[in-house]
Design a protein around this ligand. Sequence first.
Ligand SMILES: [Ca+2]
Ligand SMILES: [Ca+2]
Ligand SMILES: [Ca+2]
Ligand SMILES: [Ca+2]
Length: 404
Amino acid sequence: MKLLPLSLISLSLLLAGCANTEKQVEIEIEKVVQNKNYKEQNGLVVIEAENFSSQVLSDTRRWLVFDQTGNISDDGLFADPDTPHAEGASGNSYIEILPDNRTNHDEELITGENFMPTAGKMAVLTYPVFFTQPGRYYIWGRAFSTGPEDNGFHFGLDGEWQESSQRLQLCKGKHEWTWSSQQRRPANHCGTPKTLWIDVETAGQHTLMMSMREDGAELDKIILSKDEGFTPEGLGPDETLYQLPKLVEKKTYKNINNYAYILNSKDDFEYENGTSDVYYFDKWRGVLGINAGKPELRNKFISASYTHKKPKPQSFNMKLVTLTELDGESEYKVLLNGKVIGEFKNPETNVDYAEAEFDLGLVELKNGDKLTIQSNAVTNGKIPEGDITAFARGRWRGVVLQHP
Ligand SMILES: [Ca+2]
Ligand SMILES: [Ca+2]
Ligand SMILES: [Ca+2]
Ligand SMILES: [Ca+2]
């Protein structure tokens, strides 16, 4: 069985604890295994051959993954004249195409079974690669050959098998992992270095492909190099993976998992009404609040209103989102055209400025309807501040309109 990255192992452990079942675990793992994506970096693409994304046309011969534990990615006893070579392979893992029933010239050559001169016809692997630079890329393969009939590979791009990328060959360097960039040509079956390349016409996402030429062939790693002067040594550079940056996580309306519209307190409500009894915008928390520093604004309701401007009447499940505070449990009223449709009080909390949601149920909004939110600044007497105790500021974030 193929070795899984650590994240997959923890995923499978996690799922193993659920009532659901190995089936689900298998599906999840498959999804993640196929997620390796490569990127050209500074003219270089480095791929572990065993990290292919897909394999097709693999009925009679198949690329199998070998790892350092001696595991093979397929159960079965297949014709194979050589022992595993994971030691010394990059990532301690590689692929070999089996069964191998033509190990030397004396065994019968059967085209379509143990030999495939045409690229892209047998055991085709794919590797997604994102290129930032188009151009000519020299192909290097790190291969292991133990005989004369297990040392050829074909490469292609996007289903096209360019003549220049067919027949990677190595003759020297038997019985050890060996880098080759040599193309087998009629005049020179062993090829000369740096005669194998692939032309990438456009920048962007492409699919590198590799297919069988001779059974028993083993491949550890693939390099595409824009620099003709580049020659890999040893294990070669690390894989050039396409790294996904972390997406920005939401910081507001955290518990709201669906909505049609959000009416933000600052943006959608009129709160500067020209009197002194107004909200201010608390920019640190992105909400409206009451300036409890002014004694005349404490313990009284302050208002802000939204006017609905949609031609068609529509019903929504409505929720008010407030911020809890350590200092006190502010109260809230919601009015529709001057009539109270909801009254709430923030719960006591150990967490300052955590969002709280209050359900207003199903509400129909018509064009011109006026929705008013009121809140107060209060103290619960728990947090000393000078001679008095601190006040909560009646903060609220907005109103969520959900499809019923
Ligand atoms: Ca073998
Ligand atoms: Ca063979
Ligand atoms: Ca072999
Ligand atoms: Ca490898």
